[in-house]
Design a protein around this ligand. Sequence first.
Ligand SMILES: Nc1nc2c(c(=O)[nH]1)N[C@H]1C(S)=C(S)[C@@H](COP(=O)(O)OP(=O)(O)OC[C@H]3O[C@@H](n4cnc5c(=O)[nH]c(N)nc54)[C@H](O)[C@@H]3O)O[C@H]1N2
Ligand SMILES: Nc1nc2c(c(=O)[nH]1)N[C@H]1C(S)=C(S)[C@@H](COP(=O)(O)OP(=O)(O)OC[C@H]3O[C@@H](n4cnc5c(=O)[nH]c(N)nc54)[C@H](O)[C@@H]3O)O[C@H]1N2
Ligand SMILES: [Mo]
Length: 564
Amino acid sequence: MTNSEQEVRDADCILITGSNTGESHPVLSYEVIRAVKKGASLVVIDPRAISMTRHATLHLRPKPGHDMHIFMAMAHVIIREGWADMDFIEARTEEFETFKQSVMETTPEVAALATGVPADKIEEAARLYALGQRQSGKSIYAEGNGTAEPRGHSTILYAMGITQRSNGTDLVHMLANLSMMAGQIGKPSTGVNPLRGQSNVQGACDLGGLPNVLPGYQKVFDEAKRKAVAEKWGVADLPAKVGLTVVEMGHGMAEGHVRAMYVMGENPLMSDPNTNLVEQEFRLLDFMISQDIFLNETGQLAHVVLPAASSLEKDGTFTNTERRVQMLYPVVPPPGQAKADWEIVAAIAQKFDEKMGRAGHVKWNFASTAEIMAEVAAVTPIYGGISHQRLAGDGLQWPCPTPEHPGTQYLHAGKFSRGLGKFFPIKVTLPYEQPDEEYPLILTTGRVLYHYHTGTMTRRSEGLDWRVPRGYVEVNPVDAAAIDLLDGGTVKIISRRGEVRTQARIGERVPPGVVFLSFHWKEAPANILTQDEKLDPIAKIPEYKANAVRLENPKMKRTKKAKA
Ligand SMILES: Nc1nc2c(c(=O)[nH]1)N[C@H]1C(S)=C(S)[C@@H](COP(=O)(O)OP(=O)(O)OC[C@H]3O[C@@H](n4cnc5c(=O)[nH]c(N)nc54)[C@H](O)[C@@H]3O)O[C@H]1N2
Ligand SMILES: Nc1nc2c(c(=O)[nH]1)N[C@H]1C(S)=C(S)[C@@H](COP(=O)(O)OP(=O)(O)OC[C@H]3O[C@@H](n4cnc5c(=O)[nH]c(N)nc54)[C@H](O)[C@@H]3O)O[C@H]1N2
Ligand SMILES: [Mo]
């Protein structure tokens, strides 16, 4: 997040898109509700009627994959109505003109035709967001600043409905464009805020858990930075080649150049797209390790299984979505032979160095996680001032470059990290797989409140399992009627990759033409259906949010056959 979680409660306008905040980030969703209760306006742009839409001032409801028109039309209206913050644009950004040209033709009427969302709703969303207009109550931020009306502070919250798309990077650029043109960034309760998913996914990325960067987002191909990290690690140099992303690794197995995998805390046999293919790919491996707290679907194919300690059984730090580095303390000892992940990795690395005849070549024999953090601080400029001692209590938000630095509540104050904020020109692209006669519906996938991802943990919890014991697909009454499907009835979902069978939950949460299935259920694994062919060209994220499918009612076939 560019900004912090608690700032949300003071926002004048909150724009949520592609985030089922109430179910996926329930704690943060209370900050949204708190703000709305104090009079903030809430604009939700989401195909589904999720719990946040009950609190929304406006709900814009494009089909999955069709929201880009809406964002572009909002930008169009902001320019047309003179709601752009020209002072901010001139002082702080560059290339506004090229961006402006790219949205000139997308009027709200054009967007309405393309998406079915009424033009006046798009105009209203643009006004609320750009001017930070409240429903009621007084803004703690609004000040007259040359525009016709005083501008309040608006924040954008987004998640996987924006990024898990074949044009996800463009969509993120578009949201950044909106925030810059309205001057809604670099101040409290504003910004472009991706709500991060896992407890420490932010930390994993910060420390280089991405194929193109070293710790602190230093690019592997930036020679000076790479050499500086190499020197601190006491080695001559580090690989300058960008590695593979998850889906590319699978494709690499099929092509024969990826032959071994060390899978740590992941279950790709359920979480990666096109599961049938993923399984074939993993079976080609010469060697696979699964390091997990449970024997999951992926672990069942492994040659070696290493038992890891869970987050309740180890110490260290987690970095949360607002860039806050926090201490983690163990509350129970690990069972059996389980060890903290770092202990297992360090032991293997040490053995490896011994076998290669280069023992002691880099330091692996850490005495504690505090010692690891000291190394992190030495090689990661944004964590430069962080140590375990300083984290007691509330932790620290990066960037925190020096031991005296208090941490950073929100980014881009006064100046963007890259200097001037850059506008990106935008063009519309639709999902790779479009509905057609054979596969007329759009499948969108995601989460439910009571379960987590591939269910390895939550489906073992008695209470959660009791609450939602099995999978279901959300179907609109119109699409259910077309195949005589009753609520609770069994239904087959079929895509070009495969088919799954589950229960139907009929209702208005999804619009006609759209079905929703979670990927929590091993009896009806959503990723049997999703495509792995066309990824986002830059982030290489699969398009989990829009795939073409059809529904079949197995009962209907039988009765029809019986009649014949
Ligand atoms: N209970 C629970 N919470 C979780 C998780 C979990 O498994 N269970 N997982 C965590 C993780 S790792 C993550 S990444 C986050 C994910 O958090 P979210 O992204 O909020 O979760 P999803 O269920 O994937 O919801 C995506 C939202 O995007 C909408 N959407 C679908 N298609 C489109 C589209 O084309 N455009 C737009 N604008 N919206 C669209 C969906 O209707 C849905 O509301 O959740 C985290 N929190
Ligand atoms: N169709 C569809 N597919 C999706 C998504 C979607 O929205 N739709 N979302 C995608 C997203 S955003 C995400 S984040 C991925 C998640 O995909 P995965 O990360 O593959 O799924 P999880 O079920 O979270 O698997 C985590 C594994 O880590 C183990 N584990 C838990 N704690 C520890 C620990 O401390 N140490 C070790 N070693 N193991 C541990 C768990 O037992 C589990 O087996 O799924 C992606 N796949
Ligand atoms: Mo995620």
